[in-house]
Write a protein that binds this ligand. Structure first.
Ligand SMILES: Cc1cc2nc3c(=O)[nH]c(=O)nc-3n(C[C@H](O)[C@H](O)[C@H](O)COP(=O)(O)O)c2cc1C
Length: 403
């Protein structure tokens, strides 16, 4: 091979000097090609106490790990030579359209992660045309979330408190504000043992000792927002001198039974989903008592540790509910669009994402949350094309096995 000196033009074009950026955060978020990339950015932008609150789970975090592992254990069986030039990602959930086959799961205290919290999340969901579920433990009020994105499809997640009248009041506010679906969380009779929060001495709102303060100072953007906006706190609850888990144990009604579901069905007139069950017998019972559907979920591994992955329970739940008209949703462990396609193939009508969206929110607020949703959307589309299916309806069980 004949050697030559590189020409100045070649050098100029090949070795581009870094250009100063006017939006360094956005540039970094734009370069993220996966939820894991957003997670790396998030870890560098948010202090440990906040990062661990969202990234962590209960006990030895086995339920969380299993939830994610199950998705990795899925094998796809692609079909070829089908026309995949145009892909339809839309679906129907609860009788209304969704632009994508997934929505945002309810998350408590989102403002701890990013100062705009749920307001940023609901705007990202509205722009993507997908439902946004607001938690009872939200850090932005349900009225303010409605005002932040009036066009968004909004769901409300209910924890039944010992103070039943307060729960009824919350439901009627949600109904007035146009939240069309209630998700009753049934996996929180007490709080899971979230060891990272205990180690970090997490309180709500957060407070920092001298040692923590030095560490928090390494996250200056988060700190500046924390110091110059309302401290993150529950919008519908008084502040609490302990972790979220302690609060659950203190406030929530551990005596709840299926009779309370019957009661709730008579009070809430909209669509009702029971969130956080894993056993097909519980799913059948919930639907028998009037629930319109279930969310098969381990709460992202934040409650009972050592559970089976919800994805593994999904086919059995689907089977017992076939013919009832009830809808089956699943969450816990979704980190990619391929995971969402796998869940649909294994029997889900719809999927909820928690941390996958939160990593984006922490990485870059609304912009980052939108990036997370786009990464998931692009990945669903690409996976469907490579699988040989052109619409969500065509994603059928024969396309996967779960090893
Ligand atoms: C930081 C955090 C807070 C959560 N808060 C709530 C909550 O207030 N209510 C609820 O029903 N589920 C809550 N969840 C569980 C989610 O709704 C969802 O079930 C879970 O995040 C799904 O798992 P994934 O994070 O692996 O997607 C929370 C999850 C996280 C990560």
């Amino acid at each position: 091979m004949k050697r030559q000196w590189p020409s100045p033009t070649f050098l100029r074009e090949t070795l581009r000097p870094p250009r100063p950026s006017r939006h360094p955060v956005r540039d970094r978020v734009d370069r993220a090609t996966s939820i894991e990339d957003l997670r790396d950015i998030a870890r560098r932008r948010v202090p440990g106490v906040a990062y661990d609150y969202m990234d962590g789970a209960a006990g030895s975090e086995l339920s969380m790990a299993r939830g994610r592992q199950a998705f990795r254990d899925v094998h796809f069986h692609p079909r070829v030579l089908t026309d995949v030039s145009s892909i339809d990602l839309t679906t129907t959930i609860g009788g209304a359209p969704s632009a994508l086959p997934f929505g945002i799961a309810p998350i408590g205290l989102t403002r701890l992660l990013h100062h705009e919290g749920e307001a940023a999340g609901v705007r990202a969901a509205a722009a993507a045309g997908i439902p946004f579920a607001l938690s009872t433990m939200s850090s932005v009020s349900l009225e303010d979330v409605a005002a932040a994105a009036p066009g968004a499809r909004r769901w409300f997640q209910l924890y039944l408190w010992k103070d039943r009248a307060a729960s009824v009041e919350l439901m009627s506010r949600a109904s007035e504000q146009g939240y069309d679906t209630l998700l009753l969380a049934v996996d929180t009779p007490v709080g899971g043992h979230r060891r990272r929060d205990v180690h970090n001495g997490m309180t709500i709102p957060p407070s920092f000792g001298i040692r923590d303060a030095a560490r928090v100072a390494t996250r200056p953007v988060w700190l500046a927002n924390f110091l110059t906006t309302e401290p993150p706190a529950f919008a519908s609850l008084k502040s609490f001198p302990g972790s979220v888990s302690d609060l659950i144990t203190e406030m929530f009604d551990a005596s709840l039974t299926f009779d309370d579901l019957t009661w709730l069905r008579s009070v809430w007139k909209g669509r009702l989903l029971v969130k956080g069950l894993q056993d097909p017998r519980d799913a059948r019972r919930a639907v028998g008592l009037g629930a319109d559907g279930v969310v098969v979920s381990s709460h992202g591994g934040r409650q009972l540790d050592r559970t089976t992955a919800p994805l593994r329970q999904l086919p059995a739940v689907r089977q017992v509910l076939d013919g009832t008209g009830a809808e089956v949703l699943v969450d816990s462990g979704v980190m990619s669009g391929a995971d969402i396609v796998a869940a649909l193939a294994l029997g889900a009508d719809f999927v909820l994402v928690g941390r996958a969206y939160l990593y984006g929110l922490m990485a870059g607020g609304e912009y980052g949350a939108t990036r997370a949703l786009t990464i998931l959307e692009d990945d669903i589309r690409r996976t469907m094309q490579l699988l040989g299916v052109a619409s969500v309806r065509e994603i059928t069980p024969d396309l996967v096995t779960l090893g």
